[in-house]
Design a protein around this ligand. Structure first.
Ligand SMILES: *Cc1c(COP(=O)(O)O)cnc(C)c1O
Length: 417
């Protein structure tokens, strides 16, 4: 059957993966090596003449099922699953950048991504230029002849800024740059990256996709809409056509760095993916309701959530983030808000009973954190101020609990602040 809907594709994958016992739940192929009938078969496998599995660091049937399902959901060309979201970002960027190249990135990024791009890459001779990607002049001024990639997130965290993809993709295309986007917090269920001119998607599958924070994982997806002969780092692979990027990863960068996803993780996350649409819908509905309540609370100074009509990003969010099936607008499950002081923020966090104090997002359970003293504690106060990570700010990742129970917990905690 052609043209299946998102929910159906998430459940049935591509239907290519058939277990020899016809198990309905595709098994965990936990082993390392796969046998061959003959020396010729082995040569064919190593020369990619016949698709087959040889060694689980490079490909594995359980991981392949997860990759193919995600490729389908993003309407992509192909995917590679990795050990974490950070591994996905690192591998994707190192496959596209040579020493001396530079990357144009949003100045509002997940903390570890920012540290990777700003600090770690420096040692590889790769420069970074951090800009407000929604500002055309800043973007244009940062680009030179050694720029290769534009990198940003769909909704930044904890600022909850929304990237303007019509602007960013227009400029990336004009300069032949690869647009790489972290779609972790929106997933293909809310954001159709390909329609918005993105070339490569990365995810931390640890978040919404894993289905309840069961395991750490990541994925790189080539959306099949970039001419890889335009990228000098892929020179050796230019004769691979559309496979150039994934080919360099699979045969070199990903293989040599060894950051593969384990078959057990692929099993858990394929299971998680089956219910993504149900979980993300509930989480977004809950988040919108809570953001609306917080906005009316006099003890809350300000609320950042692009789903609020009062948000400066509301219109941008509304044009970009839509539930793929119902076309209903939704803008993710993460909210951030400021209380009156750092003490008030700490007191509020300490008094919560149901909502867990933890550093993760998009779990089934609601989680809270004070970003300035934790995730961003390595940054200077000037950097934090610049990034909008103030001492008064609290980040709430809204889960799929009954929303009344969540509001009761929030209200009892606020009333004591
Ligand atoms: C968590 C996260 C990452 C890093 O993913 P890990 O799986 O923890 O390595 C990257 N980007 C975003 C937006 C994230 O939320």
């Amino acid at each position: 059957m052609e043209n299946l809907q998102f929910e159906t594709k998430a459940l049935h994958g591509r239907g290519l993966q058939k277990d020899i016992h016809n198990s309905i739940r595709f098994p965990v192929y936990a082993g390392v090596a796969f046998g061959f009938e003959s020396a010729q078969d082995m040569e064919d496998a190593f020369l990619h003449r016949k698709p087959s599995h040889a060694y689980s660091r490079i490909t594995n049937p359980s991981v392949e099922l997860f990759e193919q399902t995600l490729t389908q959901l993003e309407n992509g060309f192909g995917s590679i699953a990795l050990s974490s979201g950070m591994a996905a970002i690192t591998n994707a960027l190192l496959a596209l950048l040579n020493k001396g190249d530079n990357i144009i990135a949003s100045k509002y990024l997940f903390g570890n991504t920012l540290s990777l791009i700003k600090e770690t890459f420096k040692g590889f001779g790769i420069q970074s230029r951090l800009v407000d990607v929604n500002n055309e002049t800043q973007l244009e001024n940062a680009i030179d002849e050694r720029s290769r990639v534009v990198f940003c997130e769909t909704i930044t965290n904890p600022q909850m800024n929304v990237s303007d993809f019509s602007l960013i993709s227009k400029i990336a295309q004009k300069h032949n740059l690869v647009l790489v986007v972290d779609n972790t917090v929106t997933t293909p269920y809310l954001f159709n990256a390909k329609e918005h001119g993105v070339n490569v998607v990365v995810h931390s599958t640890t978040k919404y996709i894993s289905g309840g924070a069961t395991s750490v994982g990541g994925v790189i997806i080539d959306l099949g809409n970039y001419d890889w002969t335009q990228n000098p780092a892929l020179k050796k692979y230019h004769n691979h056509g559309q496979f150039a990027f994934l080919g360099r990863l699979r045969k070199e960068v990903y293989r040599n760095f060894g950051s593969c996803m384990s078959p057990q993780t692929a099993y858990l996350q394929t299971l998680g993916l089956e219910t993504l649409s149900l979980r993300i819908s509930k989480s977004c509905d809950n988040a919108l309701f809570i953001a609306q309540c917080l906005e009316k609370n006099p003890k809350i100074n300000s609320v950042n959530y692009p789903g609020l009509e009062s948000s400066g990003f509301y219109h941008l969010a509304k044009t970009q983030f839509n539930n793929v099936s119902s076309k209903k607008f939704a803008s993710g499950g993460v909210i951030s808000f400021e209380l009156e002081s750092r003490d008030a923020a700490f007191n509020f966090i300490n008094r919560l009973c149901l909502i867990k104090r933890a550093t993760n997002i998009n779990d089934n359970k609601s989680l809270i954190i004070h970003p300035a003293s934790t995730i961003f504690s390595d940054f200077t106060s000037t950097d934090k101020e610049e990034m909008g990570v103030t001492d008064k700010l609290v980040r709430l990742s809204v889960g799929i609990e009954d929303v009344k129970d969540l509001m009761d917990d929030i209200n009892q905690a606020i009333s004591k602040v």
